[in-house]
Design a protein around this ligand. Structure first.
Ligand SMILES: NC(=O)c1ccc[n+]([C@@H]2O[C@H](COP(=O)([O-])OP(=O)(O)OC[C@H]3O[C@@H](n4cnc5c(N)ncnc54)[C@H](OP(=O)(O)O)[C@@H]3O)[C@@H](O)[C@H]2O)c1
Length: 270
């Protein structure tokens, strides 16, 4: 095959993944081919990431060993219908389209390809993404380790049962939005307390980043890490008690359950 990885769709998520893969040096610009529907989109991605581009999705199907479907979910069936004849059996298809199932992908490709369904998130841009991966491909297949290594190059990757994908969407597909809301709110509070806005956002973002890194690297229970910050009669326990009073934890749980339910509803509609 002429290219290692092809992207059908060159929007936000494709750009985040490509940027992460290039940052990690797992592939070079010349090994990536990406398509979009408009000349302006491919001009833009070529200018920013120096990868190869095309307006022809069948070129991706013919020339790329790993084909990543990064278009909106409602387009996947049509595009696979247009290109499925161009695939050969040694290729691998990875869909990142929310709500599109492994069964649908298998039916729409009309042949026996190795198929993966992935749920990444936008922090892939800075190699701090989180991807959940579902597949029926055997662990012994060489593509299995390679696909995991692609997503590990742009952050962390966990293989999950497909039935848990709605939980994955709530916990890491959509969650960057809730964390940005938290950074914004903490920044506003900092401004209210007299800090310049730029410094307030930096302090908020860095403290969330540091706390997340501590949780990942120590492996300690989040409650233990929280207790390490809260001295008896001190300032932090005042904030913790206030957050408990206003339902911080139950709000988050409720929001994520709602998010997962929406994902279930959207899948059922297809
Ligand atoms: N954004 C996220 O945080 C996130 C997280 C996880 C999964 N996802 C999934 O990632 C997928 C892409 O989302 P996105 O946010 O990256 O969308 P997006 O920014 O709207 O990008 C969609 C891309 O598809 C291209 N496209 C449209 N029609 C096409 C066609 N016929 N052939 C080839 N390319 C075509 C568009 O090109 P033009 O602009 O030229 O039309 C655009 O480059 C979705 O399925 C979504 O569910 C997104």
């Amino acid at each position: 095959m002429k290219y290692k990885i092809g992207f059908i769709g060159a929007g936000n998520m494709a750009k985040a993944i490509i940027k992460g893969l290039l940052n990690a040096s797992i592939v070079t610009e010349n090994e990536i081919l990406a398509s979009a529907s408009s000349q302006s989109s491919i001009d833009q991605i070529k200018a920013s990431l120096q990868i190869q581009t095309t307006l022809d999705n069948t070129q991706i199907a013919k020339e790329c060993e790993y084909v990543i479907l990064a278009v909106k979910p409602y387009m996947v069936e049509t595009i696979l219908g247009e290109i499925c004849e161009s695939f050969s059996s040694d290729q691998v298809v990875i869909s990142i389209a929310a709500g599109v199932t492994l069964d649908q992908l298998t039916n729409w490709t009309h042949q026996k390809l190795r198929i993966y369904r992935a749920m990444p998130n936008t922090p892939a841009n800075v190699n701090a993404g989180m991807t959940s991966l579902c597949t029926d491909v055997s662990k012994a297949d060489p593509s299995y380790a390679y696909v995991i290594s692609l997503f590990e190059a742009i952050g962390k990757c966990e293989v999950i049962k497909e039935s848990l994908i709605h939980a994955a969407i709530a916990i890491h597909g959509s969650s960057p939005a809730y964390v940005y809301m938290m950074i914004e709110a903490m920044g506003d509070a900092g401004v209210l307390l007299g800090l310049p806005r730029g410094q307030a956002y930096k302090m908020a973002a860095q403290s969330i980043y540091g706390a997340a890194l501590m949780a990942l690297e120590t492996g300690l229970h989040p409650g233990v890490l929280k207790d390490q910050v809260t001295s008896p009669g001190g300032t932090t326990i005042e904030a913790v008690a206030s957050l408990e009073k206003t339902g911080f934890r139950s709000d988050l749980i409720e929001a994520m359950v709602t998010c997962a339910s929406k994902s279930v509803q959207m899948s059922a509609k297809k």
